[in-house]
Design a protein around this ligand. Structure first.
Ligand SMILES: [Zn+2]
Ligand SMILES: [Zn+2]
Length: 446
């Protein structure tokens, strides 16, 4: 049978619209819509048979007329995200079961394969998608678009999902006793009350063990700027609650859910965040990031640089300190899970390298030491020895007791490559030259 014979057979079963007819031949030729294919086949059959050409005017029994409503569906989609800024989108279609059955019936009646041509939903996704793109001047993206539309044909409505937006940066925590993320009170499960109404004595009814967190100081202004519904903080590891994070800071990503705005200007945003954090936390290098940046900050192996104030329980000399630190530089440390670490965590011995060790002798019982070590190295135990569970250690090498009295993280660096990779950013690159010479930046006429 020829294509024209097939077309005649398909047309025989009742009124079929051009799109539904053409869709059966979707894999033939390029640069045509299915409606064009359908109409052309009808024209060609009329010419071949020398019969009058009759366009279909009755409602199509296969799609029940939906293929004539691509424009209306596109408008519905656009209305579903009114007021939402986006650059990329994807359209999906929920095909009514009846239309699915009709598609099979249509092909069966003409003796064609059940999967001849393409599916109703493929055509709908593409045709409505093209129109959405034209109406909003945005682009289709099959990976992770800014918004996703689901056309529910049977219900006559469009469900729109606005995907999260991401802001990358580095933070410094300038005060101790601030956890990285919000820490709900364990006694009352963050409810602030015990039983019906008794104020929780542990958290004074606040529901939080610590009243401030890096997350709480940084994420809300970013959520507000992007007009999102919620914000989540993802850090590249975390320092102890009682440790400061200084130096070049720690990479993080704030994820903003259901943002209405995505292309915020990060420089003013940085100032707003820093005002909000009131000097307790500081951020820098904010950039609009891709979804993949969350995994990158969480998974990229990172080394850390620490500064620790150390107290010894007996006198040590300057020379002894220098010798011990020199022994630790380049050493492979065996650490059995520290006693202070959560007991639910599996106990194991891990080995970690100390890349650099240096220090300043203050007096016979005090020193400030600096270690640059592989990710996962426990510094408090590297100093104290943790009752022999960490080997070698500063205390062990010196033969005295040693305790960290104050700890700061001063650098977090990707082991194999820097966290900041342009492929993970959505905004334009800010070069050092831009920062050094702001007057050199071209003025706009706005
Ligand atoms: Zn149809
Ligand atoms: Zn509580």
């Amino acid at each position: 049978m020829s294509v024209l014979d097939d077309a005649r057979a398909l047309d025989g079963a009742g009124p079929v619209c051009d799109a539904c007819l053409g869709r059966v031949f979707a894999d033939r030729s390029f640069g045509l819509t299915n409606a064009e294919r359908g109409r052309s086949l009808r024209v060609a059959a009329a010419l071949a048979d020398d019969e009058p050409f009759e366009p279909v005017t009755e409602e199509c029994w296969v799609c029940e007329g939906e293929c004539a409503r691509f424009d209306a569906w596109a408008e519905r989609a656009v209305n579903a995200v009114e007021g939402v800024e986006f650059e990329t989108y994807q359209v999906g279609t929920r095909t009514p079961p009846l239309v699915e059955e009709n598609e099979l019936l249509l092909r069966e009646e003409a003796g064609l394969a059940a999967d001849a041509g393409e599916l109703f939903k493929s055509e709908f996704n593409r045709e409505v998608g093209k129109r959405v793109g034209r109406l909003t001047e945005t682009e289709v993206e099959f990976g992770r678009p800014d918004v996703q539309f689901l056309l529910d044909i049977e219900e006559g409505r469009v469900e729109a999902t606005v995907n999260s937006a991401f802001v990358y940066g580095r933070y410094r925590k300038l005060e101790r006793d601030i956890p990285q993320t919000e820490w709900p009170c364990g006694r009352c499960d963050g409810r602030g009350v015990l039983g019906e109404s008794r104020e929780c004595p542990q958290c004074d009814g606040t529901g939080y063990l610590y009243q401030a967190s890096v997350e709480g100081l940084v994420a809300p202004p970013i959520r507000e700027a992007m007009e999102g519904s919620e914000a989540t903080f993802h850090g590249a590891g975390r320092e102890d609650v009682d440790a400061r994070m200084l130096g070049t800071g720690r990479p993080f990503v704030v994820e903003v859910r259901e943002p209405k705005r995505r292309t915020v200007n990060v420089e003013p945003l940085e100032r707003v965040v820093n005002d909000h954090a009131e000097g307790r936390v500081e951020v820098e290098g904010l950039r609009l990031a891709t979804y993949e940046m969350v995994e990158r900050v969480k998974e990229l192996d990172a080394s850390k640089r620490y500064r620790a104030e150390v107290e010894f329980d007996s006198s040590i000399s300057q020379d002894a300190l220098r010798a011990a630190l020199s022994d630790l530089e380049g050493a492979i440390i065996e650490q059995y899970t520290p006693q202070r670490v959560d007991h639910r965590r599996a106990n194991l011995t891990r080995t970690r390298e100390v890349y650099e060790a240096a220090g300043e002798w203050e007096d016979e019982t005090h020193a400030t030491v600096e270690f640059h070590g592989q990710g996962g190295l426990y510094i408090k135990e590297l100093v104290s020895g943790d009752d022999g569970r960490t080997e070698p250690s500063l205390a062990g090498l010196l033969g005295v007791g040693a305790e960290v009295t104050a700890l700061d993280v001063v650098g977090v660096y990707g082991e194999s490559e820097a966290f900041e990779d342009e492929a993970y950013f959505r905004d334009e690159r800010r070069t050092d030259a831009d920062e050094a010479e702001p007057e050199a930046v071209a003025e706009t006429d706005e």
